[in-house]
Ligand binder design. Structure first.
Ligand SMILES: O=c1ccn([C@@H]2O[C@H](COP(=O)(O)OP(=O)(O)O[C@H]3O[C@H](CO)[C@@H](O)[C@H](O)[C@H]3O)[C@@H](O)[C@H]2O)c(=O)[nH]1
Ligand SMILES: [Mn+2]
Length: 767
């Protein structure tokens, strides 16, 4: 049966004439199910875990209802306007916390674990896999060093794929940089040696940089290949240092022609024609053992200031079309430039699902988790984002499948052209997912068409970005695209093998991390306020649980409201000796204890169950607080100012460059502040207020001016925040390195904290 499926991939036209008939044609040709599929992968559900999760959700729900009953009593018995405002603020916070808690439960209703047998694919496929197009996006040679992009490309070009000619790697360069193209010209030459080296020595680590940093066997062959790598590296780095490709780095006339043809006087990053350069052509170019090579194509789509380019989604759509013209593989892998392959058999793992006839009619993509290299022991910035990239995805996998996370994802090309039952026709026949390309990729006609579909007004008045391809309208194009596909009826699969399939870089300064999350936050607001909001459109299209999973992401920024209110109200009232929560001797106190321990305990259990450590869990919950006060809050402000036309939105690419000093501090687990930013002012002000509130209340209790009974919860919150803020105090007072909190921020925050203290004293004087 499986062979028939593969046959169908290889010769789509012989099984079907219309893509809308794809499903029926395949089913008719192969029967409704496939025996092979079931043996290629398996699913594990833990029934006891499901029962416990659901039972706990029910109990916790009753506790939440009791809490709101208590809130209602408080509001009805208010004594003053200030008192009422405090009660309402806490009520709003708790409503949001309760809503977010309820969305989180959706992930716990049916989590599953999957296993694949990639080794069986060889037998099933008869050594003939479907074609695979790999998209790698890069946008800025200064923030994304071309040497790293090249490493990513080499790691996937060296996949154990057969025949290797079926593999095509497309690099999208939104930076339109000659430096990146130069790096790829060098990579194409190095690949001639690297690919056979990996194949013949059965190397697992196929990213050259990762391989040479590992403990590999030193012999004459490895030494030789290392020398070649070093020479490529030096050439690329030299060109980077000079900022241009000098004559002496150009090897031949052909290369010279390319650089002079495109990078002319009027060439700028936001304004240039499309550049498409075939660097390796499968079938024609051979490696040094005479074995075939994959295609390697550099693409920089046309840009001009008057056409919106839709950032990464626009880049991916341009690649979708260019690859459609040149190779039109039925399967596509999308990768960010810093996510290299860590396992050469990854495509086979994805194929365990993509070739399974039972899943196939509705399967849009197979998502691998984002895993990172170089995390410090405690993962101080919680860069792992375990819930987003691992545990939640397992939860969604038991429903309709995980969300798309932008990289490490194998798509069926067909899924990007309308819902499973109705095909969205692209403008030209050559872009139909079942179109067979029968000309070499360097053919004049092919190149001409490829340039045409990469032009910036190609998408004018078309369905690209709305009904076709990667979707526009949100800075988190990944979440939004996956969401829209699942609303259309597509499903997805989460594939998380023990050895990470891909490894990426993480930002190592707090400011970079928070700026990245701020951008995500803006993108998520765009989803919430679009007509496709998960709680309206999503609920109608994908059912209650899935819509709630997406709501958990889309409403992520709303955490900022309860976190900010809880960072100030209990503390400012505490400073003025005003009690706002039940006394320890009051039975309601236990409700608060249960709600706090229940939420933190459950989060901790889920975190630890998936290769977690205590230190990393602590960082994770700390970052939740930090984000609430910084990226989520400021992202919300940025979104609102844009909505009111005061500012414009952009995709601020995350820097992948590592400064040596910063790198050292990161590995010692020291927080990196270093820049003057309003986000740090918010953070520092919070830490000061909490410390002062906590210390003052302790002093007052010792003096006998206040009693612990009534203020305990407030003191506990302040103390908890203080413990979380230890690295901030350290950054403000104890450190002298470059990454310390800038003095201006500390001074300004102290000033702000005093104003808050004084005004709270004024407002609360009669409460
Ligand atoms: O105009 C642009 C902007 C970015 N990119 C590329 O997009 C990728 C992601 O950009 P990055 O700055 O690394 O963003 P992150 O926030 O780190 O990325 C996460 O969030 C993005 C937005 O949700 C997703 O696209 C990514 O896959 C996901 O890893 C990189 O390869 C960039 O080169 C472009 O191609 N064109
Ligand atoms: Mn990234």
């Amino acid at each position: 049966m499986l062979l028939t499926t593969i046959y169908h991939y290889l010769h789509p036209n012989q099984l079907q004439t219309q893509p809308e008939m794809e499903t029926t044609a395949a089913v008719a040709a192969t029967g409704t199910t496939i025996d092979g599929g079931a043996t290629l992968h398996s699913v594990e559900v833990k029934p006891l875990q499901l029962i416990l999760n659901r039972a706990f959700a029910l109990i916790y729900l009753f506790a939440i209802l009791a809490l709101f009953y208590k809130h209602t009593l408080n509001i009805l018995n208010y004594t003053s306007f200030i008192n009422l405002s405090i009660s309402i603020s806490i009520l709003i916070s708790d409503l949001i916390l309760a809503f977010m808690w309820s969305t989180t439960q959706s992930f716990l209703m049916r989590p599953i674990t999957r296993k694949q047998c990639p080794e069986k694919i060889k037998k099933y496929s008869n050594n003939n896999l479907p074609a695979l197009d790999i998209f790698i996006c890069t946008a800025d040679p200064c923030k994304e060093p071309p040497l790293n992009v090249v490493n990513t490309a080499l790691s996937v070009m060296a996949y154990d794929y057969y025949p290797i000619e079926k593999l095509s790697v497309y690099v999208s360069d939104d930076g339109g940089s000659e430096l990146t193209l130069f790096a790829f010209m060098e990579a194409a030459k190095f690949a001639v040696y690297w690919l056979p080296f990996c194949r013949e020595n059965n190397i697992i680590e196929r990213c050259p940089d990762a391989y040479f940093s590992s403990t590999y066997t030193e012999n004459s062959e490895t030494q030789k290949i290392k020398l070649m790598y070093e020479s490529m590296k030096t050439r690329i780095e030299n060109v980077m240092e000079r900022g241009k490709v000098d004559q002496d780095y150009i090897n031949n006339d052909e290369e010279f022609q390319v650089f002079t043809k495109f990078w002319t006087a009027g060439f700028t990053r936001p304004n240039h024609p499309s550049i498409i350069q075939v660097l390796l052509e499968s079938g024609k170019d051979k490696d040094m053992t005479g074995h075939g090579m994959p295609n390697l194509i550099y693409v920089s789509r046309e840009k001009n200031k008057s056409s919106p380019h839709h950032f990464k989604a626009g880049a991916l759509n341009a690649l979708l079309r260019v690859s459609g013209i040149m190779t039109n593989a039925p399967i596509i892998l999308t990768l960010d430039c810093d996510m290299y392959s860590n396992d050469p058999s990854t495509p086979q793992r994805a194929l365990c699902y993509l070739l399974d006839q039972t899943l196939w009619p509705e399967l849009a993509f197979v998502q691998f988790p984002q895993c990172f290299r170089g995390l410090n022991e405690a993962d101080i910035y919680a860069s792992e984002i375990k819930d987003l990239f691992h545990t939640n995805s397992m939860g969604m996998d038991g429903l309709r499948g995980p969300n798309y996370v932008g990289t490490g994802c194998f798509f069926r090309r067909r899924a990007l052209f309308g819902c499973p039952s109705s095909f969205e026709k692209p403008e030209i026949q050559q872009l139909y997912p079942d179109h067979v390309v029968n000309k070499p990729i360097r053919a004049e006609e092919i190149l001409q068409q490829a340039h045409y579909v990469a032009s910036c007004n190609y998408e004018d008045e078309s369905n690209w970005g709305s009904k076709m391809g990667f979707r526009y309208g949100s800075l988190v194009e990944d979440l939004y695209t996956g969401y829209r596909l699942q609303c259309e009826g597509w499903k997805s699969v989460f594939c998380h093998p023990k050895r990470p399939a891909f490894l990426g870089d993480i930002p190592i300064s707090l400011y970079d991390v928070l700026s990245q999350h701020k951008r995500w936050c803006v993108g998520l607001h765009e989803v919430v306020f679009s007509k496709y909001s998960p709680l309206t459109f999503g609920l109608r299209s994908m059912g209650f649980l899935m819509a709630h999973c997406y709501a958990r992401y889309a409403f992520w920024p709303t955490w900022c409201i309860p976190i900010t209110l809880y960072a100030f109200i209990p503390q400012l009232t505490l400073l003025n000796g005003v009690s706002i929560f039940p006394k320890v001797s009051d039975p309601w106190f236990f409700l608060y204890v249960f709600l706090f321990l229940g939420a933190y305990g459950q989060h901790c259990l889920v975190f630890m169950s998936f290769e977690g450590t205590w230190k990393r869990w602590w960082s994770d919950q700390r970052m939740w607080m930090i984000r609430g006060l910084t990226s989520l809050l400021f992202g919300t402000i940025e979104y609102l100012t844009n909505r009111f036309g005061i500012s414009t939105l952009g995709f601020n690419v995350t820097s992948k460059v590592v400064d040596d000093d910063q790198g050292k501090r990161y590995h010692q687990g020291i927080f990196e502040f270093g820049v003057v930013s309003p986000m740090f002012v918010a953070l520092a002000t919070t830490s000061i207020i909490n410390l002062v509130a906590f210390l003052t209340s302790i002093a007052q209790i010792f003096k006998g001016d206040q009693d612990l009974d009534g203020l305990f919860i407030q003191m506990f919150i302040a103390c908890f925040v203080v413990i979380n803020c230890l690295p901030i105090y350290e950054g403000m007072i104890l450190r002298s390195d470059k990454g310390r909190m800038p003095t201006q921020v500390t001074l300004f925050s102290t000033f702000l904290a005093s104003i808050l203290y004084m005004s709270s004293g004024f407002l609360l004087r009669n409460v």
